[in-house]
Design a protein around this ligand. Structure first.
Ligand code: CA
Ligand code: CA
Length: 194
């Protein structure tokens, strides 16, 4: 029988031991960063709807920012949320990888809202953005979006008074009237999040 030299035996045993070593914490983080995200769902409530429940549909732009740098790394536009406030983004090109992301949401008639950091560590992500007092503030309907509510936004709503203009109907009860302007006045001179 042929014997292996001692140094080769030691090498083989070392390799076998290493292969059974549990992953360290940092190795686990590296692996989760490689998870390709296939679907992102989020739930967000626009404020002061009438009726006040199951009337949360809007059309949103979603930015995903790096939690560490605040830089925008992904942008999804014109996502329609359903009456329960849930929007779905199917990520077809596998461009979104597991990481920590902050969502910034802009509703159809709303100021930008920046939410807290989420860890994406699963192929299917669900972000519940409705916890706490975190509704989207309504009234940003100026012709040029400036993430600020002032006289320009008020003039658009007044022009659409007694119509059913989708963007000016802030509470989504089907008509533009004083209920909508009162929502807008409460938010007058407010800026959205940057
Ligand atoms: Ca504005
Ligand atoms: Ca209305």
């Amino acid at each position: 029988m042929k014997y292996l030299p001692k140094n080769k035996v030691f090498l083989i045993i070392s390799i076998l031991m290493l292969s059974n070593t549990p992953l360290s914490h940092s190795q686990n983080i590296d692996i989760s960063a490689e998870v390709p995200i296939r679907q992102i769902q989020f739930k967000v409530f626009p404020e002061k709807r009438l009726p006040s429940i199951n009337n949360w549909s809007t059309i949103v732009d979603v930015e995903l920012r790096s939690c560490s740098t605040n830089q925008t790394v992904h942008r999804f536009q014109q996502i329609t949320t359903n009456n329960a406030g849930i929007g779905t983004i199917n990520v077809s090109n596998l461009s979104v990888r597991g990481d920590n992301y902050t969502a910034v949401i802009r509703g159809a008639s709303h100021l930008n809202k920046k939410f807290s950091c989420y860890h994406f560590n699963n192929q299917n992500v669900f972000m519940d953005l409705t916890t706490g007092n975190s509704t989207l503030l309504a009234g940003e309907i100026s012709n040029k979006y400036d993430n600020y509510i002032n006289a320009l936004d008020i003039s658009v709503l007044i022009k659409n008074f007694y119509s059913s203009d989708y963007y000016s109907d802030l509470n989504q009860d089907g008509k533009v009237n004083s209920l909508d302007s009162s929502i807008q006045l409460i938010n007058l001179y407010k800026n959205g999040d940057n």
